[in-house]
Write a protein that binds this ligand. Structure first.
Ligand SMILES: Nc1ncnc2c1ncn2[C@@H]1O[C@H](COP(=O)(O)OP(=O)(O)OP(=O)(O)O)[C@@H](O)[C@H]1O
Ligand SMILES: [Mg+2]
Length: 393
């Protein structure tokens, strides 16, 4: 394991034959020996490599071994490299070099004792490898700690998302239950009333015009149930990426005109009025059913939140875009909520105060985006709202 760690050794001596002899002594397969003939050469090698130890000849022309060691001590990269000085002088000179940072300083004397050289080098190389291995372990530990931390954060955010999802589901269930109950209550009440009339043989309750009104009421309730279910299905289609767009060529102006005719009863019921400005035909390739769904949602919203104000609708083309604008003069939406309302289940109005699941704009935006278009809102609180749908021509 430890011997996998490569150890580089630096030997410095001004005599080539000394270098060769020393190299032969300390060379092993798992070590690389670098030779320098002068302090200058040694310095440039020191800057290029990371050495396990350096063996410096003390007596060299130019910069001697002690001076080189001084320089090494002053440099961050080299200051911890253990140094072994080789000197021919007496032992008292050995202490001329003091205070080397790492304390890892040792001496060898000429003529070299083969055994002493080998064992000193072994000791330093082992030390180097051990500290290297330790550092690798510390690094690995630090790395795994960081990974754990990241994992923990991920877990925490997943947990938050889950909690949010559960809350949303609970909210959604209670809204859906409320929304479904309203038309169902209407229907069940009607049915009970009719049963009562039948039990009493009250034929006058079933005249032709009364039947007409009954069927109309039933149809409205059933349609609103179907719409709820369709909206929920659309959300799940959007989630699973299965909301398909089937484009055909049609006139957007004509579509809006027809739609407004169908909306007449709702407009009456909301005590509002709608004016249409759609002078020119605007032809394009879009999914007619889906675009009708978008505009019908904008109209429903304008009627719901328009506070009985007159509503104006405009269809026109500009550059290479087709535009539909639905403008009301109702309660309006403040800046902050304008982004929120396009998200699913997001509503400004207090829950249950006004009918709706908070899905209309979410679905509309998804449909328009799937066409390569966009839907925007301009509004200020109390000053009504303008919703604009842009579709590529
Ligand atoms: N014209 C408008 N004026 C004021 N507020 C609006 C208008 N249109 C939408 N909003 C606000 O944006 C919210 C989201 O609208 P969205 O159509 O997505 O849902 P909804 O109408 O509440 O329910 P759903 O459309 O699912 O029946 C509404 O609840 C309302 O608070
Ligand atoms: Mg709506």
């Amino acid at each position: 394991m430890l011997s996998n760690i490569q150890a580089k050794l630096l030997i410095v001596d001004d005599l080539p034959e000394n270098l060769l002899a020393l190299e032969a002594l300390i060379k092993r397969e798992d070590r690389m020996v670098y030779k320098a003939l002068s302090a200058d050469e040694a310095l440039s090698l020191l800057l290029q490599h990371e050495f396990a130890m350096a063996i410096l000849d003390v007596q060299m022309p130019g910069m001697n071994g002690f001076e080189l060691a001084e320089l090494m001590r002053g440099t961050e990269k080299t200051k911890n490299i253990p140094i072994v000085f080789v000197s021919a002088a007496g032992r008292e000179l050995n202490y001329a070099f003091k205070g080397y940072e790492s304390g890892a300083v040792d001496f060898l004397h000429k003529p070299l004792d083969i055994h002493a050289v080998k064992s000193k080098v072994n000791v330093f190389v082992d030390l180097y490898r051990q500290s290297k291995a330790m550092k690798q372990q510390v690094d690995a530990l630090e790395q795994s700690r960081r990974e754990q931390e990241a994992l923990l954060q991920q877990l925490q955010s997943t947990q938050l998302e889950l909690e949010q999802a559960v809350r949303m589901r609970d909210d959604f269930m209670s809204i859906v239950a409320h929304e479904v109950r309203t038309p169902l209550n209407g229907l069940i009440l009607e049915t009970q009333l009719r049963k009562m009339h039948l039990a009493r043989g009250n034929a006058a309750a079933f005249t032709l015009d009364k039947m007409h009104a009954m069927v109309d009421r039933d149809e409205r309730q059933i349609k609103s149930l179907i719409r709820l279910i369709e909206d929920m299905l659309d959300v799940s289609r959007i989630r699973t990426g299965k909301l398909s767009i089937r484009p055909t060529r049609f006139d957007l102006s004509a579509l809006v005109r027809n739609l407004l005719q169908n909306f007449a009863p709702q407009i009456d019921a909301a005590e509002s009025s709608v004016t249409l400005d759609a002078e020119h035909p605007v032809y394009g390739n879009w999914d007619e059913f889906r675009i009708e769904q978008v505009i019908s949602n904008l109209l429903t919203n304008a009627l719901r939140y328009g506070a009985k104000s007159p509503i104006s609708v405009r269809v026109y083309s500009e550059h290479d875009q087709a535009l539909v604008e639905v403008r009301d003069q109702g309660i309006g939406i403040d800046q902050e909520n304008q982004k929120r309302i396009f998200q699913q289940f997001e509503r400004v109005t207090a829950r249950h105060a006004v009918a709706g699941l908070g899905l209309g704009l979410f679905i509309s935006e998804q449909i328009v985006t799937a066409h390569g278009g966009s839907i925007t809102v301009e509004s200020r609180i109390g000053e009504g709202a303008l919703f604009r749908v842009c579709l590529p021509l």
